[in-house]
Design a binder for this molecule. Structure first.
Ligand code: SAH
Length: 248
């Protein structure tokens, strides 16, 4: 069973590419897909690119052209929930689109014609990803000689916007919370991939390392984190995750 592993940015993917056995690169829809094996599991690695539409195209291509039967996203995000700090990890239980608003025709945040605001992640996959994240963070702690980040589990909000102002992050968190969807983190792709996987009835899970607090210093914190540590987090977590997948 082919597992797709998506990342948004090249820096998040690099460590995984280095680990890929029997790598083969195929171009489709203007994107590069890397087929190969990780610990004996057939995988395809892809960059979602940035934003919901790009991520949906990549996810659809992974399913239709490469036969992916489960999809996992690993990337970075801005922490917006209380106590969600840079260096922590959020394993998604569900996704919401914070910029979806077809009101008053449909309730705020509801995806028109789906009758729902949230898409849930696969319980078995997210449990594996949580365990892998905890072990991965302990490995990183030894590597960096630093305090390990906390592994959180909960709702992630996606939208086509890099949130980089404290007031905006606060307002976004408050509006979503008042509607019953308090998010732990904000990013730009996960909800799109979750929706595509829902359409195809395929399991999806996602893990995001917190690169910034989506506040006034996010534009400084984000690139620093991405170049210095994002790839090592993704590698440590996915390496552990793939080892835990049931044999093919
Ligand atoms: N110019 C940047 C753009 C990155 S956009 C570059 O190419 O390097 C930020 C990426 O990280 C997206 O993939 C998004 O999912 C995630 N992300 C991290 N922090 C975020 C934040 N505060 N708001 C929204 N997305 C964030």
């Amino acid at each position: 069973m082919t597992t797709a592993i998506l990342s948004a940015l090249a820096e998040e993917q690099q460590g995984l590419l280095d680990l890929l056995q029997r790598p083969q690169c195929v171009t489709r829809a203007g994107r590069e897909f890397w087929l190969g094996e990780l610990h004996g599991q057939p995988v395809v690695l892809a960059l979602s690119r940035i934003g919901k539409v790009a991520a949906a195209t990549t996810a659809t291509t992974l399913i239709e052209a490469f036969g992916a039967r489960r999809l996992v996203f690993t990337g970075v995000a801005g922490g917006v929930g209380p106590g969600v700090q840079v260096g922590d990890v959020v394993v998604a239980t569900e996704f919401v689109q914070h910029d979806m608003d077809a009101s008053p025709i449909f309730p705020r945040y509801q995806i028109p014609l789906y009758g729902r605001e949230r898409f849930a992640c696969d319980e078995a996959l997210l449990a594996l990803l949580s365990g892998a994240s905890r072990t991965g963070l302990i490995r990183l702690k030894a590597e960096f000689h630093a305090k390990p980040g906390v592994v959180h589990q909960g709702l992630i909000a996606s939208g086509d916007r890099f949130v980089s102002a404290a007031e905006e992050a606060r307002a976004l968190h408050q509006a979503l919370s008042e509607a019953g969807h308090p998010p732990l983190a904000v990013e730009m792709e996960g909800a799109a991939v979750a929706q595509v996987c829902h359409d195809y009835g395929l399991p999806f899970a996602a893990v995001r390392t917190i690169s910034d607090r989506a506040d006034d210093t996010a534009h400084v914190d984000f690139p620093k984190f991405v170049t210095e540590v994002a790839s090592r987090y993704a590698l440590a977590i996915i390496d552990e995750f793939v080892r835990r997948l049931p044999a093919r």
